[in-house]
Design a protein around this ligand. Structure first.
Ligand code: FES
Length: 353
């Protein structure tokens, strides 16, 4: 994947909650094909903020059939990009945007039907709104369940849109769980935890054949849901996306005692960059950047998948991987921001899909 950014005009900035805006981009005929997306994907945005090149990935909240390309950005404390987006962006401005990416997806098919289960916390709703809308619009016979945790009704991003979908589609069951606003029910008051997960499973899901389980939110919730569905023998149905970089994962090195001095070749847009790198040195992404390769990245924490590339020769180790599926790893794909060479020669290409 090339690191190419496209200049897109901002068509609309809409305030969703006190700390979240959604941003829609204008697509011209010449970049419509590049920005075709699958429900669940994200965009990487780039801005020059006080002289610093800042990049962040944000999930697309619109569905492919809506004819709109819109992301949601929640302001996080001290967040450079999210503060900029919430306070300075306006309709008519131009922003640098990378083409849609990511493999936390649903691809609904009108000929299919199934039972889909979603868990979201806070801004984790963003890709899930796109996925849910996409399923409801396409698969008339499918059932969709959403368990959505927030502090309060006021903090609930896309509450209006979700309420409208629930009113429009009888096959969509929407459950809000609030942690700081007493709902009067123990099952919907508090955080999404194992007890709630178990309660909703017994009440709604136990008798159904589940097509897919999708969760987006903090690591703790995702791990809990994964463990819960392991206990139900349904791990193969679980898909997830972290919306934050987990703590203490940034550019960890791989330490199993052996360090190899490697000759690394990085291929991007048919250009080759060669450099020496040892296992205990920087990650391949960083080393490629140090050698003037314009390689794609965003989170640098093993979460977003923007830095995905394929190993064509040799072996590498990843410090963490929160983004690639098992079959991608089996096929040689790596997160270069987490990868360190473990053989004397390594060839990595960003041009393979
Ligand atoms: S830059 Fe996000 S996973 Fe590597």
């Amino acid at each position: 994947m090339s690191a190419t950014f496209h200049h897109l005009n901002i068509a609309d900035v809409r305030r969703e909650t006190a700390d979240t805006v959604s941003i829609a981009f204008e697509l011209k005929a010449e970049n419509e094909a590049d920005f075709k997306f699958i429900a669940g994907q994200y965009l990487t945005l780039k801005a020059d903020i006080k002289g610093e090149d800042v990049r962040r990935s944000y999930s697309i909240c619109s569905s492919p059939s809506q004819g709109e390309l819109r992301v949601a950005v929640k302001q996080v404390e001290g967040g450079k990009f999210s503060t900029y987006a919430n306070t300075e962006l306006a309709k008519g401005q131009t922003m640098e945007v990378m083409v849609p990416n990511g493999n936390f997806l649903v691809e609904p098919n009108a000929a299919k039907s199934g039972n889909y289960v979603f868990y979201a916390a806070g801004s984790g709703i963003t890709p899930i709104l796109s996925m849910i809308r996409s399923i409801l619009e396409t698969e008339a016979e499918s059932k969709v369940f959403l368990y959505y945790g927030n502090k309060s009704a006021e903090d609930t991003i896309f509450k209006t849109q979700l309420d409208e979908l629930a009113a429009q589609y009888s096959n969509f069951k929407l459950t809000y769980i609030l942690s700081r606003e007493d709902t009067g029910e123990s099952t919907t008051y508090g955080r999404i935890d194992e007890n709630k997960c178990s309660h909703f499973y017994d009440a709604d899901l136990a008798d159904l054949k589940i097509e897919g389980i999708y969760s987006c939110g903090p690591q703790e919730m995702i791990e809990m849901i994964k463990e819960f569905y392991i206990s139900k023998g349904l791990l193969h149905k679980v898909h997830f996306e972290l919306f934050t970089t987990p703590v203490a994962t940034e550019t960890e090195t791989v330490d199993d005692g052996v360090s190899v001095d490697s000759q690394v070749t990085v291929i991007i847009d048919d250009e080759e960059y060669e450099f020496e790198l040892s296992t205990d040195g920087p990650d391949i992404l960083q080393a490629a950047q140090d050698n003037d390769a314009d390689v794609p990245f965003s989170c640098k924490g093993g979460v977003c998948c923007t830095c995905r590339a394929k190993v064509l020769e040799g072996t590498v180790k990843m410090a963490v991987n929160f983004a690639l599926e098992e079959d991608e790893v089996a096929n040689g794909f790596i997160l270069t921001c987490q990868a360190h060479p473990t053989s004397e020669k390594v060839v990595v290409s960003y041009d393979e899909f």
